[in-house]
Design a protein around this ligand. Sequence first.
Ligand SMILES: C[S@@+](CC[C@H](N)C(=O)[O-])C[C@H]1O[C@@H](n2cnc3c(N)ncnc32)[C@H](O)[C@@H]1O
Length: 253
Amino acid sequence: MKNVYSKAEAARTYDRARKLPAGTKTLWLDAIKSSLPPQKVGKILDLGCGTGRFTSALGETFQCPVIGVEPSAAMLEIAIARNEPNVEWKQGQAESLPLEAETVDLIFMSQVFHHLVEPERALLEIHRVLRPAGFLVIRNGMREHNRELAWLGCFPEAREIEDRRTPSSQELEELVCAKSFTLLSHRVINQLFASSFTEYFEKISGRGLSALLAISDESFQSGLERFRDWVNAQPKDAPVYEPMDLFIFQKKK
Ligand SMILES: C[S@@+](CC[C@H](N)C(=O)[O-])C[C@H]1O[C@@H](n2cnc3c(N)ncnc32)[C@H](O)[C@@H]1O
């Protein structure tokens, strides 16, 4: 499927529609740091960094420089405009990384894996640029959780896309381990996605999720009506949590 994030409009609306509630970013960074064995992390690659939601925060967490690599010029432009220290930005994609062999200690991929057209080729590249015993950290929704996402249940065409392109945990583990990695840990994090159902509706109607960008405007509008009806039947101020998986792999020496 074409990369929907190459469109300027998608890049412009991304940060608003995908804003992480206060605390959610810290929750992830803490979870990553505490899951790693004590080993020096001297350089990080945020692969498919998008608008840079996590990029500089990764550097702060590990006190090291970060490289953000992103194929979409429109997304990268927004990331660069953040003007953050300690980050180097490069245009490129996972299947042919613009980096020398064995130059990074940790590769972070947040909600990127299901976009890869050639995941096996990308894994060979990831293996190439990681130093021996380096880490591959994957933050991604897994197919088995799709039915738990209330919004997705209201958009059948988007659900079809997600079910087709999202791996199951087992498939992901097998795919990555086949390319000379060991799985160190896997956990499901129930993250705060919106602080109220009103905010949940606003985020989904912002159409920042790629499956919603990929369906027709008519399908999006009719799904949004179903979603509005569903949200109206929920307690307004209750927080909304959604599951997302965290995998830590280590490159075999
Ligand atoms: C849902 S966004 C996630 C962005 C960022 N990681 C975050 O969590 O905010 C998915 C990103 O993956 C990028 N992407 C798509 N195909 C890619 C590929 N083959 N290699 C690297 N990144 C890719 C898209 O351009 C987009 O910026």
